[in-house]
Write a protein that binds this ligand. Structure first.
Ligand code: ATP
Length: 294
């Protein structure tokens, strides 16, 4: 599944952003926050946040399918600023890991720690501000490109929005529209290509400047030009942030500090691409099969 489809029942900041923009956020928040054990706000704010993430013996099943555990005794630690790529067969639990980090759900067993603090003790509102999400198919709300980027930080100035768009390789295509940043997108506006939407989402994340990033890499092919521009923009965005990428491309795993291979809800292999290629195992088989292109 993608983060977007998951977020319909859960809560990514992307979905929250989208709903808030369309005016119905409060109702959604109300609904979600009625889940026992999930406070609306309150709790700890970690300042300064380093961005150390740890999953300790995490067990998780979706509330609708409690008989089918998705993560079983999952352990993983990510250092501040580290870029970790998660790979694994479909259904292995990759998106679920990202969803738990964004606290769309709480695990039934074990715990998630952020800088050593249990995620359940952390202020959820604050947590959403610390995590940037770039989804596989970013949803933009109806409005201008400017507003869609500025959503990353509502008090940003025009100059800051433009600087973020430049860093995201979006400025040039935006300027090619007659209305520039005032161009409307969405139902009544222009249709952006997949790669353009991704760059708007990246600009938004750059403006937000979060310590933690969750990237769900596009599986659909972008044209070569857009592909290169998105990759370049993502590299700029990831620099110095703790990053979890659900990776679908060989070039991404090559650029990651570490690759985690997930199977049946557990980490079965972990290491650099080179070290994993030297081992007999799932990773080598995945690379030969799944990453044939790119
Ligand atoms: P893919 O590469 O296909 O996106 P994935 O590794 O990201 O897969 P997940 O999306 O984390 O895998 O799904 C893990 C398991 O949880 C799957 O069996 C899936 O059917 C199930 N699942 C995912 N989302 C939900 C949900 N909202 N409710 C119930 N079950 C779900």
């Amino acid at each position: 599944t993608t983060l977007v489809s998951m977020s319909v029942s859960g809560l990514t900041d992307l979905w929250a952003d989208f709903m808030r923009a369309s005016g119905s956020a409060e109702r959604v928040f109300d609904l979600l926050d009625r889940k026992p054990g999930m406070p609306i706000s309150g709790g700890e704010r970690i300042d300064p946040l380093q961005g150390h993430v740890e999953f300790q013996s995490v067990r998780f099943a979706y509330p609708t399918r409690l008989d089918a555990p998705v993560l079983k005794d999952l352990n993983l630690a990510i250092q501040p600023g580290e870029v970790v790529a998660i790979v694994g067969p479909s259904g292995a639990g990759k998106s679920t890991i990202a969803g738990l980090l964004a606290r769309m759900y709480d695990p039934q067993g074990g715990s998630l720690l952020l800088d050593g603090r249990d995620l359940r003790t952390v202020d959820p509102e604050w947590l959403r501000q610390q995590i940037g999400v770039v989804a596989q198919e970013p949803m933009l709300f109806s409005g201008s490109i400017f507003d869609n980027i500025r959503y990353g930080r509502l008090d940003a100035t025009e100059a800051e929005v433009e600087a973020a768009a430049r860093a995201a390789n979006a400025h040039d295509f935006v300027c090619r529209f007659p209305d520039g940043y005032r161009t409307s997108v969405g139902e009544r506006g222009v249709q952006l290509s997949g790669g353009q939407k991704q760059r708007v989402a990246i600009a938004r994340a750059i403006l937000k400047d979060p310590r933690l990033l969750v990237l769900d890499e596009a599986t659909s092919a972008l044209d070569a030009e857009s592909e290169h521009l998105v990759k370049d923009a993502l590299e700029r965005l990831m620099r110095g942030r703790t990053t979890l990428i659900i990776a679908h491309r060989l070039s991404t795993v090559l650029g990651a500090d570490r690759v985690l291979v997930l199977e049946g809800g557990q980490v079965v292999q972990s290491g650099s691409h080179a070290s994993l290629m030297e081992q007999e195992g799932l990773y080598r088989r995945l690379v030969e099969r799944q990453f044939a292109a790119a």
